[in-house]
Design a protein around this ligand. Structure first.
Ligand code: SF4
Length: 460
């Protein structure tokens, strides 16, 4: 499909070819699913909502429930207020959620519908039943990306639900980046292993990775409880695990409830996981259990044992900033050379952060790093400087096919493989799982290129 991508790079400003991002409401819908009993609501036309639902379903292999204001021509001209009122009436009568999380689309943003006023009037008129809640965030998709949408909804959750509390409880709030339910489950697992007191939201584990029980639940058991989110205002610290998708919510919590926050990377790889565990341990004054120290040792052992296959391997990687940043650090610590690093989400801070990591890790080679770029550009970079391995989402497979390089899938979306919802990449054990996938891809390629009589000598 991409065999005709030209090697020659030309400056493009107004055109994106194969973007490395998707639209804001997808992130908002995903964050809303991280609240227990929540029905995400798309304030726009049906097409947007069904695209967002189906894209999430194709990635997570789970049904995604969401409602829509179902705009037609009339709403597009005169505004979608009546549609939202009617939607809320139907939703609470028929689907009985605890909470409805409304996000906008390009169309309702262009019209300029005032969601808080419409929802407030609906509550005053008895459309929103007593004890039920409507929250909202704005997600104009002509700016930002799905990461921005996730960030906006996470901040919206704080704005509507967190309650200021003068009492102070030795407890941390954790706001994870836009990442897999498996990663969110693992982060909770690490905290539980440390016996840490914490509140985590959004939390899509138990919502987007549910077991088959033969019993249909429109609202699965997982997700952050509304009552817990309300209590987050009395915690002593918030840890935002990602500058792009989690920091805005932590900052909002500081503004509203005076809970200070720290922004760390998503705990991918040895160093980022060390920083996360150390921060929790120091804040709560609790030790790091031996089980976690042993896991760390196993990851370091694996990196050492397979160093001859990882060392100086050139990597091109693309994805969301909060994942690509710690992943770059992890790959450098494994002896690999990330030479092309791309995110589709705009923001120069990404390039600065990568430059800092390169410097800290002593990377003394030329590399390309760009934010707000597309996969066409990444492909051209690879044509100019070939790599040993490509890492990113499903859409990387066309480049991998055209250039005959292995693709390690991670990020969003992964539509054509299974496992990402269940097997984490965070924490030491997640790092082992991820890096073993990388090593195995490298070994597969080496075997494919080795004469038959030499194959058994490859891993001796
Ligand atoms: S880009 Fe805008 S119009 Fe297109 S699906 Fe997303 S919200 Fe809807």
């Amino acid at each position: 499909m991409l065999h005709h991508t030209p090697k020659e790079l030309k400056e493009r400003k107004a055109l994106k070819v194969n973007p490395a991002k998707t639209c804001q409401p997808i992130g908002a819908m995903y964050a809303a699913l991280g609240i227990n009993g929540c029905l995400p609501h798309s304030h726009g036309s049906q097409g947007c909502c069904s695209y967002h639902r189906s894209h999430l379903t194709r990635h997570y292999k789970e049904p995604v429930m969401a409602s829509t204001s179902s705009f037609t021509e009339g709403a597009s001209v005169f505004g979608g207020g009546p549609n939202l009122r009617q939607s809320l009436k139907t939703i609470f009568q028929v689907y009985e959620p605890e909470i409805v999380a409304v996000h906008t689309t390009c169309l309702s943003e262009t019209i300029g519908d005032d969601i808080p006023s419409i929802a407030k009037k609906a509550a005053e008129d008895g459309i929103v039943p007593e004890g039920k809640t409507v929250i909202h965030c704005n997600t104009p998709s002509y700016v930002g990306s799905h990461v921005t949408g996730y960030s906006n909804m996470a901040a919206g959750i704080v704005k509507y639900l967190a309650e200021p509390d003068e009492s102070s409880v030795k407890r941390v709030n954790i706001i994870p980046a836009f990442t897999e339910p498996s990663d969110m489950r693992k982060i909770k697992g690490i905290l539980n292993e440390m016996k840490a007191k914490f509140i985590m939201f959004p939390d899509t584990s138990g919502v987007m990775d549910t077991p088959q029980t033969s019993e249909y639940k429109m609202y699965p058991d997982g997700g952050a409880k509304i009552s817990d989110i309300r209590l987050s205002g009395s915690s002593t610290l918030t840890i935002a695990l990602g500058e792009w998708s989690a920091q805005a919510a932590a900052s909002e919590l500081e503004k509203k409830c005076k809970v200070p926050f720290k922004t760390l990377d998503l705990p991918i790889g040895v160093s980022a996981t060390d920083r996360f565990i150390t921060e929790v341990s120091q804040e709560l004054g609790i030790p790091v259990p031996k089980s976690l120290q042993d896991e760390r040792g196993k990851l370091v052992d694996m990196l050492t044992d397979y160093q001859q296959y990882l060392y100086k391997k050139k990597v091109a990687l693309f994805g969301d900033p909060d994942i690509v940043i710690p992943m770059t650090e992890f790959l450098l610590s494994a002896g690999m050379m990330p030479v092309h690093i791309i995110t589709g989400t705009p923001g120069k801070a990404f390039e600065k952060r990568i430059a800092k990591i390169m410097e800290e890790q002593g990377a003394d080679y030329e590399y390309n790093c760009k934010a707000g770029e597309d996969l066409f550009y990444l492909h051209q970079l690879i044509k100019n400087e070939p790599v040993d391995i490509l890492m990113g989402n499903t859409y990387g497979k066309y480049i991998a096919g055209a250039e005959n390089i292995p693709l390690v899938r991670f990020g969003f979306p992964v539509l054509d493989r299974v496992g990402h919802s269940h097997f984490p990449k965070v924490g030491y054990m997640g790092g082992m799982h991820f890096i073993s996938g990388v090593i195995n891809k490298i070994l597969d390629k080496m075997e494919a290129e080795t004469p038959e009589d030499m194959i058994m000598e490859l891993v001796a």
